[in-house]
Design a protein around this ligand. Structure first.
Ligand code: PBG
Length: 328
């Protein structure tokens, strides 16, 4: 019997060899840390379905942002839970809105930290949908895509005015990247990039987030605007549109269950790709770790490595601070 000459194992025998030939690396430089801002002072309200994650008033958001930055996390992603919700989500774009105030305060306190804002209406609407809801007939509702675009433009512009370094539309309305690009350009914010939630599935992994952001839909679901979990070619169409409309970064969401989609986008596009390790993914790891069933630090590292191996440049993760602390 003939044996092949090459023995892969030779290069696995010591850590020096292993790291010499390692194909992928993950570091805190690639991470974005999501934070939830709420009105009030000195608020730090635990989110029961996301152990270790809190709703925080602006003072505590600033504190948390500074801690993350000091540990080497380069960016945060801000979500807001407003004082008041209404049918159009008007607190999404008012100057004194919660995200706008949080952006201003963080940029003032930690100017070198990149502040990204989530642009969507669902946290601000009384019905919890990401767009304007119109009644077709009794019991039948529809999202008015184009009416929503104007509101998203207002929200994105208000974030840029407050000092956001980048905006991230997560609503999944058609045409929103182009609409936001146009309004930013028209108001002197040509330099503010758009990270588009280009491929966002109608996923059940967002459950804990909806507790955190208090944005569960009051009726119906998001399947008319978010993607069918069964589809992958559709991801290419969504991403192509967003790229053509001027997206600077394409995001895939959720993360781990959609590594195939990350890989596909990596192969088809030259834009930077971001992966969002969403709330449900976070909570699963946390719950198992709290039971002593998984080693949290190692599993987090492995999950982040998987995103990088699949082709993600950027990873949005609630573990950003923990990972940075463990790897500093
Ligand atoms: C919607 C939005 C959602 C998330 C980010 N932006 C939830 C949804 O679409 O229902 C989910 C993030 C997570 O689960 O961590 N604005």
């Amino acid at each position: 019997m003939m044996f092949p000459e090459y023995r892969p194992r030779r290069l696995r025998q010591t850590e020096r060899f292993r790291s010499l030939v390692r194909e992928t690396c993950v570091s805190k430089d690639h991470l974005i840390y999501p934070l939830f801002a709420v009105p009030g002072k000195k608020v730090k309200e635990p989110i029961s379905s996301m152990p270790g994650v809190y709703q925080m008033s602006v003072d505590n958001v600033v504190k948390e942002a500074r801690e993350a930055f000091d540990l080497g996390v380069p960016a945060i992603l801000l979500f807001g839970v407003p004082e008041k919700k209404d049918s159009k989500g008007s607190h999404a774009w008012i100057k004194s809105g919660i995200v706008q105030k949080a952006v201003e305060a963080v940029k003032k306190a930690v100017p070198d930290l990149l502040v990204v804002t989530d642009v969507c209406l669902c946290e601000y609407t009384s019905h919890g949908h990401c767009g304007v809801v119109v009644k077709e007939k009794k019991g039948i509702f529809r999202i008015d895509n184009d009416a929503t675009l104007e509101l998203l433009q207002k929200a994105a512009l208000s974030h840029a005015r407050a000092g956001a370094d980048m905006v991230a539309p997560s609503d999944m309305m058609d045409g929103r990247v182009g609409a936001i690009r146009e309004v930013l350009d028209d108001h002197g914010f040509e330099h503010v990039p758009i990270m588009s939630y280009a491929v966002k599935y109608a996923s059940s992994f967002y459950g804990p987030f909806r507790d955190a952001a208090e944005c569960a839909p009051q009726f119906g679901d998001r399947r008319s605007y978010q993607m069918d979990i069964a589809n992958s070619r559709e991801a290419l169409r969504e991403a192509t549109l967003d790229m053509e409309e001027g997206a600077d970064i394409l995001m895939v969401k959720p993360g781990m269950p959609y590594l195939d989609i990350i890989r596909m986008l990596r192969q088809e596009f030259s834009l930077p790709i971001a992966a969002y390790q969403v709330s449900g993914e976070y909570s699963m790891i946390k719950a198992a770790a709290q039971n002593g069933w998984l080693n949290e630090e190692l599993v987090v590292r492995e999950s982040l490595m998987a995103f990088r191996r699949a082709g993600a440049d950027i990873i949005i993760t609630y573990f950003a601070k923990d990972f940075a602390r463990a790897n500093s």
